[in-house]
Design a protein around this ligand. Structure first.
Ligand SMILES: [Zn+2]
Length: 294
């Protein structure tokens, strides 16, 4: 899934009366980051895909969900015990399918000749092969750029020899230093009252993470167990560098909302596109039900 294919899908939604499309912000390189809203309720959840460059498949999975939601709504069906009419009227699902379009483009197509950051990022990457790129356009790993254990992570980062922009795991100069994370946090703070839970999709491992901390509420734990049952993914705790500065940690510690990282699919990143329908099947029930679980 590259930015072109993503943009074509979004353009196809412009006429839809079911999905509302707005723009969360623009990336470092000026690409629009769309936000799709499904439903009119005041009880909302947020799904975020493609924090990481080589995880564009998670965007595809969220687009499959949006298309499925629209189809089911048009048919007025009942999905997993929830009538679509009820979901639409009483719940609201915000979706940011591709938070890091620049990173996805690097991973899929490499760095364009006319990219003003080209020299700099080739140096960071130590190669012109960008197929394993995870960070944003200037080498900040967006999922370490949130204000959750940021200083503790800085120390670990230095120990790991990461001192500046890199293909993965560099957290940036300060939390929310990047337009992508800053806009998402601004949105979440603004909608704090209505947003009851957050799901973030990554690849891979078929695991669910809530947080490295021990302050999880009983509700978060019980929702986590339900999602684990729905997906067949194992509930786990992140270890090492993965355990700091992520969106899930920030949502739990700052917004006090149940939040989960879903490590989708199994194999070696980037996962082949053939995994997309399989991942969607595993996540489908969770994506339709989450707004009623939290
Ligand atoms: Zn990831």
């Amino acid at each position: 899934m590259d930015y072109q294919a993503f943009s074509e899908f979004i353009a196809g939604l412009q006429e839809s009366e079911i999905a509302d499309v707005s723009v969360l912000t623009r990336s470092i390189l000026g690409r629009e980051i769309p936000l799709i809203t499904l439903g009119k309720g005041k009880h909302a959840v947020l799904y975020v895909g493609a924090h990481h460059g080589m995880e564009g498949i998670t965007c595809g999975v969220l687009l499959d969900f949006i298309a499925d939601y629209i189809r089911q709504y048009e048919k007025k069906t009942t999905v997993y015990d929830y009538p679509m009419q009820y979901l639409f009227e009483h719940r609201r699902i915000y979706v940011v399918p591709m938070l890091n379009p620049d990173g996805v483009e690097y991973a899929v197509h490499g760095v364009a000749e006319n990219n003003p950051l080209r020299e700099r990022v080739i140096k960071m990457n130590k190669s012109e092969d960008f197929s394993n790129w995870q960070a944003n356009a200037r080498g900040v790993d967006l999922n370490h750029n949130y204000d959750a254990g940021f200083l503790a992570y800085k120390r670990k980062e230095a120990e790991a020899g990461i001192v500046g922009g890199a293909p993965t795991r560099y957290s940036g100069e300060y939390p929310e230093s990047e337009p992508e994370t800053a806009a998402l946090c601004r949105f979440l703070r603004f909608q704090r009252e209505e947003i009851k839970g957050i799901l973030t999709l990554h690849t891979q491992g078929e695991e669910i993470f809530c947080s490295c901390e021990d302050n999880l509420t009983a509700k978060t734990m019980s929702v986590g167990r339900v999602i684990s049952r729905f997906t067949g993914y194992r509930l786990a705790r992140p270890e090492g560098l993965a355990a700091f500065g992520g969106l899930t940690d920030w949502c739990i510690s700052t917004l006090c909302r149940p939040a989960f990282t879903l490590e989708c699919g199994k194999g070696k990143n980037p996962l082949p596109p053939t995994q997309r329908p399989l991942i969607y099947e595993r996540l489908r029930r969770t994506l339709f039900s989450f707004s009623c679980l939290v």
